[in-house]
Design a protein around this ligand. Sequence first.
Ligand SMILES: Cc1cc2nc3c(=O)[nH]c(=O)nc-3n(C[C@H](O)[C@H](O)[C@H](O)COP(=O)(O)OP(=O)(O)OC[C@H]3O[C@@H](n4cnc5c(N)ncnc54)[C@H](O)[C@@H]3O)c2cc1C
Length: 558
Amino acid sequence: MAGLDRETLEAILSALDDFARRELPNERLLDFDLKDEFPAEVIRELCGPDLGIHLVFVPENVGGMGGDATDVYRCCEALARIDLGIATGVLATCLGSDPIRVGGTPEQQAKWLGRIAEEGILLAYGATEPAAGSDLGALRSTATPIEQDGKVVGYTLNGRKQWISNGGVAEVATILASAPAGPSWFIVERGTPGFSAGKPEDKHGIRASNTAALWLEDVKVDADRLVGGVEGQGLQQAQAVFGYTRLMVAAFGLGAGWAALDRAIPYAKDRVQGGSPLSEKQGYTHKLIVPHAARLEATRAYIEEVAETLGDGAHGLPTEGAIAKYLATEAGNAAAEASIQALGGYGYTREYMVEKIKRDVRITTIYEGTSEIMEMTIARDRWQQHLKTRGQHYHQEARALESLAGRHPAVGANIAALALHALADVLERARAARLTRHQHVLFRLGELIAYAEVAGAAARRAAEVAEGRRREKGHPRFDATALAAFSRIFARDAALRVATEGLRWLRGADGAAGDLGPLGEGLRLDAIFAAQAGLIADMDQIADVLFERSAAAVAQSA
Ligand SMILES: Cc1cc2nc3c(=O)[nH]c(=O)nc-3n(C[C@H](O)[C@H](O)[C@H](O)COP(=O)(O)OP(=O)(O)OC[C@H]3O[C@@H](n4cnc5c(N)ncnc54)[C@H](O)[C@@H]3O)c2cc1C
């Protein structure tokens, strides 16, 4: 997929920014939130002839702009920085069109994707049901074939969908239902007899998005509404876009996390307590701002790698999508939570926006697969890789980073390598003692795997930028020196986490049997602790960058 050129992408992002400045001041966004109002006219403008943000998500051959995964991630991040409820309204159309994009016949693609491109219609993605959330296999909605002269001419759909974004406002919904040959997607238009939506849910956050239940009571659709024309492909079609859709929600985590930090940062520069601005107090910056910026930027490195791989035509990548979504949304949540604290009492009030951002970003660890399901997905896949490579996979990754560290000693590659070696050791010990029979151990491994892999990506990104090879359409905010410091901060956290949390859960699951043997050596704990040297200095450096501080001012205030 060619994607947009950099100038076009930047022009779209800048138009979006101008639109938000002009049309979406804080007061208006807070008003949508307070009134629980879906701003249909805003979504229509975003997907209208002037801005056409939706065209980035639609392939070129059906009238869209054919953005690649990097374009999509950058646009999703930009939308989320503005308002996650509005971003969800746009995402839902994209999700709703995905089954058609990956599995539709050429005629279905031309017709339905063409309508999104030309008319800016809104779609909804109807997978979840009251009894089928994380476990879509428990699907109860049915699609019963209607036969005429021995030929299937249509289907009767029955069932109930729950928590569907755009459910009450979309012109078209894609609905997952069980046909005789298995789960399948159906295209259902609003107004089809028997198809109705519930009233909008009263939600904790993203209140500017419409979320509603959908009812299907003897809804009759023609056979050409079965996506792909073949029954039983539904779960594979959903699976095929997980890499891509999880990356979109990962970008939401990044956008909302930075939206919160970018409110806390100027606040801290202005707010004087104890005789100097908060931005000059380490106990504040190094707890509430710097570690969150580091987590967000490390995850961005991973997102950009995955986006580029998807852009090069790779299919699926559900595990990589899961790692990106898991860490970026958890980081976005933590950054928003810390930003409330950073604004003190003001942060707890609505006017300063971080309170709303925190409520909004909360959804990102739930929809498109919960964090726990991401942990399970990551752990199961990488466990297989560990077994297939006889425990060598992460040692090999670590060696590649050690070689990178030889060329770029400052980018944290050696520390990321320690994280990956420790991970390989933890996995191998868990295998030998059969500890993944404990679900909690398996899920914790998922978390540690995500940290270690992201540490590797952050080091690679810092090295690329140091070599002047910044990704063509990558986010341009930080220079090579800052990226290297971000990478080192994150890698220290990852290495320590893998070793100590790994040890904790191995021991915790091992119980009295004690089959694990001595642990310290393989985990290289001494080296991991030694690698923490310089952490405070790196955090000081990032604080200088974020708060645009001069070293002299900080020394004076201390
Ligand atoms: C605002 C909003 C918008 C949404 N938009 C859409 C949409 O447009 N289309 C759509 O189809 N769906 C949508 N959803 C649904 C969303 O994807 C689901 O809520 C989500 O997948 C989780 O399903 P669930 O709510 O049934 O929770 P459950 O699956 O019941 O999970 C409850 C808890 O149990 C954990 N859990 C679940 N299974 C396991 C397991 N095997 N092992 C350990 N722990 C487990 C989960 O991690 C979670 O913490 C939306 C939801 C919300 C709230």
